[in-house]
Design a protein around this ligand. Structure first.
Ligand SMILES: [Cu+2]
Length: 173
């Protein structure tokens, strides 16, 4: 009986603590820049590149906006590439790399920003996201809700099973 209580507690507590950890450890710098400048004045988007990531990690722009990227590397040589926009900057540490003004003629969605200069172990994971318009929630935003729904269902199922088993035991006795 005692063991069952422990098990139930663990079932309820573990997913919650996992969620808390996930929320706390979530990588910093999810700063969001929203640029919706008109076609005449390109909105300038300042980005920092470092080993191994970009800040901000998420850049939001409106479809049709004219933008210009100003990127500075904090440490090594890095690149800043958005294939769909034809942007590819080679960054020298300490120098600002500036892209020409580009018009975001892309359908709403998420586009990968990546480092284009090999910079070591974490190079392949050195990425950020360009969000154009409002493409709806990403899988990462839905995940916490999914996890809590699944753990609630598990707790409920376990409660039902123990009740049924207890009743069964009662009849047998
Ligand atoms: Cu790199």
């Amino acid at each position: 009986m005692l063991r069952r209580a422990w098990f139930l507690t663990a079932l309820a507590v573990l997913p919650l603590s996992a969620l808390t950890i996930w929320a706390v450890v979530r990588p910093p710098g999810t700063v969001v820049s929203r640029v919706g400048a008109g076609p005449r004045e390109p909105g300038e988007i300042a980005v920092r590149a470092y080993t191994w990531g970009f800040s901000p990690r998420v850049i939001r722009v409106d479809p049709g906006a004219a933008v210009r990227f100003a990127v500075v590397s904090d440490d090594l040589r890095h690149g800043f590439a958005i294939n769909e926009l034809g942007v590819n900057l080679q960054l020298v540490p300490g120098q600002e790399g500036r892209s020409p003004s580009v018009t975001v003629n892309l359908p709403p969605g998420r586009y990968t920003i990546q480092c284009s200069v090999f910079c070591g172990l974490g190079h392949a994971s050195m990425k950020a996201t360009l969000v154009v318009g409002d493409p709806g929630p990403s899988p990462g935003q839905v995940l916490p809700w999914l996890v809590s729904a699944v753990s609630l269902a598990a707790v409920a199922a376990f409660a039902v099973v123990t009740r049924v088993r207890r009743r069964h035991d009662g009849e047998a006795a």
